[in-house]
Design a binder for this molecule. Structure first.
Ligand code: FES
Length: 154
């Protein structure tokens, strides 16, 4: 069963600021992202202003403040994919969607995440969209791949 923010916080007795990162990690694991409401609750508990929490959490780019997009794009940055150009693939996706890795488009349709090797090195560079692999992607192919998901909406 999903644990709510209060339950997670209660598992960290005392108001130790060192608990901030593990608490945020657990909230993200449960909720998929960290809502403003969660930040406020954690801030009240640890006696840290919400703005400081956002600052700290933004520093660690593992945290997200919006839910994942309907289409979640994972870009592999493992060695094989890196060597074959995953960085430029990522840059192209970011340019196309006008968001950065770790963000979700304002219409909630797409989100991007950079991940470690997803076990398909023979297909490098590879991206996965909602678990569907796209092999040997090129910057040129990105446009069509993303449009194909956009078109599912029309
Ligand atoms: S390095 Fe990308 S799938 Fe293994």
């Amino acid at each position: 069963m999903k644990r709510d923010v209060e339950t997670i916080i209660s598992e960290y007795p005392g108001t130790n600021r060192d608990s901030l990162i593990p608490i945020l990690q657990e909230i993200q694991n449960e909720e998929g992202f960290i809502s403003e409401n969660s930040v406020v609750k954690v801030g009240e508990y640890l006696n840290i202003p919400a703005s400081n929490i956002f600052g700290v959490a933004t520093f660690y780019n593992q945290f997200r403040f919006r839910p994942l997009g309907k289409y979640h794009i994972q870009v592999c940055r493992g060695t094989a994919c890196h060597v074959l150009g995953s960085k430029t693939v990522l840059e192209e996706i970011e340019k196309k969607l006008k968001i950065k890795s770790g963000q979700t488009t304002s219409d909630g349709k797409f989100s991007i995440e950079v991940v470690a090797c997803i076990g398909a090195c023979g297909l490098a560079p590879v991206i996965s969209i909602n678990g569907e692999f796209h092999a040997k992607v090129t910057t040129k192919a990105i446009n069509d791949i993303i449009d194909s998901y956009k078109n599912l909406e029309d």
